[in-house]
Design a protein around this ligand. Structure first.
Ligand SMILES: [Zn+2]
Ligand SMILES: [Zn+2]
Length: 385
């Protein structure tokens, strides 16, 4: 291991040509000597020969970091977090001068001036706020721009899962994206990607933005329903990712109303499942016929539904869905209710009119059937392990 005495001559040589501050001088040798404080090493290497001259590399940036610390403190004041990391944009001229010194004196394996700067600021910030420096998985990331004198904060996304119940008809599951930015977030939509909030997605987003802050909420739905459908029982599962949240720890009640949606068991999770999840739905379908309904036709339908339902897509793809259970109830001369417990992603309306779905309701009972409405009574996840 080299000794401090070994580097004195080089340090002296450098200082003769280019005056450096304690931090910049110390940084050139601290790794080689396995020392942690650049500042103290720099001071030692100068052997008390301090000048009032400006540092050739950093122009004495390290002498007064408090304006930058204040910038960091101000820019994160609205965020709740426990760990952070600091990134920086510095003037290219500083980096150039740092490179000149390195190559001129053939110094290798030393930290860059930027690394040292962000490390110094991290130390100051951690000391001041008692927050943890976390390089790998920080809650928030500062980007200090030394050229502009600005500081940007981004927080790590959070994930939630929950279930929603829809007790009123007439609004869709998904919200149309902001027309200006197609959902990416812009000034027009206040960076939310949405301009209207009259759907399940919209109402939930609004609630989440109020609670957590954040810009965009991206949903993963476990199945979907019609605008006129209700979602009852314990509700439909969903996952959501909130980008740039202000708060990361919010206690939510077990059941709460998010505007006209009822949300159940909503909680923060570590990540959203990558693979599509299998589920089944108990669906109540209200069907009208043209001709009076014959009881034997409904019996025949129930029998037929014991076979897998084959669905043909325009693309030529063919898929099968299994109905686990079905029951029917005639409610008037030409109306009946069919309740099916079926694999998730089942095309209800096409099944009723018999549009490329075999067996369909219309063909089976020999009539032109219409789907008046359909509601979800229960949605269950299927765990295959
Ligand atoms: Zn310097
Ligand atoms: Zn927009």
């Amino acid at each position: 291991m080299p000794n401090i005495k070994d580097v004195y001559p080089i340090a002296k040589n450098i200082l003769k040509k280019h005056y450096l501050c304690d931090c910049c001088l110390g940084r050139l040798f601290s790794k080689k000597l396995n020392l942690s404080s650049n500042r103290i090493l720099g001071k030692k290497l100068k052997q008390n020969n301090s000048h009032s001259k400006k540092c050739y590399i950093c122009k004495n940036m390290f002498d007064n970091l408090s304006p930058y610390l204040k910038l960091m403190l101000d820019s994160c004041s609205a965020y709740g977090f426990s760990s952070f990391v600091v990134g920086a944009k510095i003037k290219p001229s500083i980096i150039d001068r740092d490179d000149i010194i390195r190559s001129k004196f053939q110094l290798r394996g030393i930290d860059s001036v930027k690394t040292d700067l962000t490390r110094e600021l991290s130390k100051l910030f951690a000391r001041k706020t008692k927050k943890k420096f976390d390089y790998l998985d920080p809650d928030i990331t500062f980007t200090l721009d030394f050229k502009e004198g600005t500081c940007q904060v981004r927080s790590k996304q959070i994930f939630l899962q929950g279930r929603y119940c829809k007790n009123y008809r007439g609004f869709s599951q998904k919200q149309k994206s902001c027309e200006n930015c197609s959902g990416k977030g812009c000034r027009v939509c206040d960076y939310h990607g949405l301009t209207e909030f009259d759907s399940v997605e919209g109402q939930l987003s609004k609630f989440l933005f109020d609670k957590f802050g954040g810009t965009i909420a991206r949903f993963t739905w476990i199945g979907g329903e019609d605008k006129s459908s209700l979602v009852l029982g314990s509700g439909r599962p969903f996952f959501v990712k909130i980008q740039n949240p202000l708060k990361r720890k919010v206690r939510l009640p077990k059941t709460f109303k998010a505007n006209s949606i009822v949300v159940k068991n909503c909680k923060i999770i570590s990540t959203i499942p990558k693979k599509p999840l299998e589920f089944k739905s108990l669906i109540e379908i209200k069907i009208s016929t043209e001709k009076p309904i014959q009881s034997f036709a409904l019996q025949k339908l129930k029998q037929k539904l014991k076979n897998p339902i084959v669905i043909y897509e325009n693309s030529g793809r063919r898929s099968e869905k299994k109905i686990f259970n079905s029951k029917y109830k005639k409610t008037s001369k030409n109306k009946f209710t069919l309740t099916i417990d079926v694999e998730g992603g089942f095309p209800v309306k096409r099944f009723v009119i018999g549009d490329e779905v075999v067996p369909g309701v219309s063909q089976t009972i020999g009539d032109n059937c219409k789907c008046d409405e359909f509601d979800f009574l229960k949605i269950e996840m299927i765990t295959n392990n």
